[in-house]
Design a protein around this ligand. Structure first.
Ligand code: CP
Length: 318
């Protein structure tokens, strides 16, 4: 199969074969990061601009490092340090960036659909680094990569996503990726944050936490997305932690081989007890490591469509 997409905007639009192609390519690139010289030449001469209009630690650093490891020239712009604060529109900002012959724009934005908006107006390849509560495609790709690496497969696994599903782009992208790859997905959390409408995406909605935990092969915990909630949808953080936090007592109910995931940033003592975040079953930092390989793979595949040459990942990593 040949990669044909110029942009990476959503998981919804990807086929299972395309998702698997990113994962297989990422597996080749993971090895590059273990070498003494952690560089591959695939994006030499290309320019990658990260445009982050919302805060980020993991995604921004990971994309920038991925581009650098592929030998691209990289620039990073944040909302506070850009002329957007002087009234410039996103479209004008992006067109000015492109006027400097930029090949890739990585965009994080609070508005759902902002990456698609740019993809329809610029010649550069656009990578969605999270748009509102819509999608966070590379997070889902690194999550399924991590599951496949830890458990050897995704199909047939029981994956419980616990927390604020309603406002989570990570949840939406994960649901698409996991269901396309054949996992059984259960969503759990307060009724106000896990509406039954999600069942239309082919997942189970369960409000009984013990039931949602006991058969899970993977538990993916999500924080409360305060920045996107316009009103309080649960009484207090303390009550949320008590009713839905993964604490030691609830952890005892899970399968002994369960894999604990979290996209970060974690709120210790709220959605996850500190001891569980740091326990051997937690792969939270491995997710971050895998994010680098997945973002290298995404840039590499899009570059092939841009005329960067369809070099097999193993050769590009040589
Ligand atoms: N998981 C994630 O998107 O983290 P950041 O907000 O730090 O990028």
């Amino acid at each position: 199969m040949k990669w044909t997409r110029k942009h990476l905007l959503t998981i919804e639009e990807l086929s299972a074969e395309e998702i698997t192609m990113v994962l297989d390519t990422a597996a080749s690139f993971k090895e590059v990061s273990t070498r003494t010289v952690k560089k591959a030449p695939a994006l030499r001469g290309k320019t990658v601009v990260s445009l982050f209009m919302e805060p980020s630690t993991r995604t921004r650093v990971s994309f920038e490092l991925a581009a650098k490891r592929l030998s691209a020239d990289t620039l990073s712009i944040t909302a506070q340090a850009s002329s957007i604060t002087k009234g410039e529109t996103l479209k004008d900002t992006a067109r000015n960036i492109e006027a400097m012959n930029t090949d890739f724009v990585i965009l994080r934005h609070s508005t759902a659909g902002a990456p698609k908006f740019l993809a329809e107006r610029l010649n550069a390849s656009i990578l969605n680094a999270g748009d509102g509560a819509h999608e966070h495609p590379t997070q889902a790709l690194l999550d399924v990569f991590t599951i496949r690496e830890k458990l050897g497969r995704v199909a047939g696994l029981n994956v419980t996503i616990l927390g604020d599903i309603l406002f989570s782009r990570v949840a939406r992208s994960n649901i698409w990726a996991l269901t396309k790859l054949g996992a059984n997905v259960t969503l759990c959390g307060p009724t106000t944050l896990v509406p039954r409408v999600f069942e239309q995406m082919g997942v189970k909605v369960c409000y009984n936490l013990d039931e949602a935990l006991k058969d899970a092969d993977v538990i993916n915990l999500l924080r409360i997305q305060h920045e996107r909630q316009r009103k309080s949808l649960f009484p207090s953080i303390r009550e949320y932690a008590s009713l839905f936090g993964l604490n030691q007592e609830r952890f005892k109910l899970t399968k002994p081989e369960v894999v604990i995931m979290h996209p970060g940033p974690i709120n210790r003592g709220v959605e996850i007890a500190s001891e569980i975040a740091d326990c051997p079953r937690s792969v939270i930092l491995e997710q971050v490591t895998n994010g680098l390989a997945v973002r290298m793979a995404a840039l590499f595949l899009l570059n092939g469509v841009q005329g960067g040459g369809a070099v097999p990942a193993v050769e590009a990593a040589a």
